[in-house]
Design a protein around this ligand. Structure first.
Ligand code: ADP
Ligand code: MG
Length: 238
C-alpha cells in the first residue's frame, strides 16, 4: 500500500502550462522529496496527486489502480499544509477527530487513534486547547496528527516546516524522519530547503519549470548531478 505512479502527467491552468510530461514511480514506504525553485510546480504536482487538481493529461495510479476519476477524499492520502489549516473554533481533539466523524468509525476507535497520534507527537497535554492557544510548532504537530489519525497509505506534505523558526525546524525535521521510520508509510514532501531534502529523502525529485530535471538519492544527486542547475540546487561542487 502506498505505491504511486504518474505517467505523462501534465497540468495547465488555462493557457498556462505548469506541469509537462511527468513520469514518476514512488515505492511503498518511500520518502520522496520534491525540490525546485519557487513557481516550478511542486505544489501543483502534490495537489494533482492528492486529487485537489485534475491533471490535464496523463495517468495517476495508486497501488496499481487508476485514480484520475477518484475524488481526493477516497484516495487514502492525507495532506499536510504549510499554513496548518486548523479550525480555530475547535479544540485540538475536535480538529483531530474532524474527518473521522464523517465516516462510520466507532467513537472508541476515533478516541484510540487520537490518543495514539497525541502520544506520538507529544501533544496530549493540549488536546482541550484551541489552535490559537498553541505555538507554531505545536500547531504543526496537530496538523500532522490530523493526517496520522486517518492512517493514510501516503502523506503529502507541502513545505510543512517553513513557518517554523530555524531551531524548531531542525527538531521537527528529525521527528518527521523518526515518524516515517515508525509508520513506514509513503511520504511525499515538498520543500525548497536543500538541507531538508538531503537529510529526509530516500530519493529527491528536482523540478524546473514543470519538468523533472533529475531523480536520485541525495548521494547520487550530490555526486553526479545531471547538470549545473541540479548541482546548484543540491549544493554539489560538481
Ligand atoms: P511551487 O509550489 O513550486 O512554488 P506552484 O505549483 O505553486 O509552484 O505553481 C507553479 C505555477 O503554476 C506558478 O506559475 C503558479 O502561478 C501557477 N499556478 C498554480 N496554481 C494556479 C492556479 N490555480 N491558477 C493559475 N495558475 C496557477
Ligand atoms: Mg508551493
Amino acid at each position: 500500500m502506498g505505491h504511486i505512479r504518474l505517467t505523462n502527467v501534465a497540468k495547465s491552468f488555462g493557457a498556462i502550462d505548469v506541469l509537462h510530461g511527468i513520469n514518476l514511480e514512488i515505492a511503498d514506504g518511500e520518502f520522496v522529496v520534491f525540490v525546485g525553485p519557487s513557481g516550478c510546480g511542486k505544489s501543483t504536482l502534490l495537489r494533482v496527486i492528492a486529487g485537489l487538481e485534475k491533471p490535464t493529461d496523463g495517468e495517476l495510479a495508486i497501488d496499481g489502480k487508476l485514480v484520475n476519476a477518484i475524488p481526493a477524499a477516497d484516495r487514502g492520502l492525507a495532506m499536510v499544509f504549510q499554513s496548518y489549516a486548523l479550525y480555530p473554533h475547535m479544540s485540538v481533539r475536535q480538529n483531530l477527530a474532524f474527518g473521522l466523524e464523517n465516516t462510520k468509525m466507532a467513537k472508541a476507535e476515533i478516541a484510540e487513534r487520537i490518543g495514539e497520534a497525541a502520544r506520538m507527537l507529544e501533544i496530549a497535554p493540549y488536546l482541550d486547547r484551541r489552535p490559537g492557544q498553541l505555538s507554531g510548532g505545536q500547531r504543526q504537530r496537530v496538523a500532522i496528527g490530523r493526517a496520522i489519525v486517518r492512517r493514510p497509505v501516503a502523506f503529502l506534505l507541502d513545505e510543512p516546516l517553513s513557518n517554523l523558526d530555524a531551531e524548531l525546524r531542525g527538531s521537527t525535521r528529525a521527528e518527521l524522519a523518526a515518524l516515517h521510520a515508525r509508520l513506514s508509510a509513503t511520504m511525499i514532501y515538498v520543500t525548497h530547503d536543500q538541507v531538508e531534502a538531503m537529510t529526509l529523502a530516500d530519493r529527491i525529485v528536482v523540478l524546473r519549470a514543470g519538468r523533472i530535471e533529475q531523480i536520485g538519492t541525495p548521494l547520487e544527486l550530490y555526486n553526479s548531478p545531471a547538470n549545473r542547475f541540479v548541482a546548484g540546487f543540491i549544493g554539489s561542487p560538481h
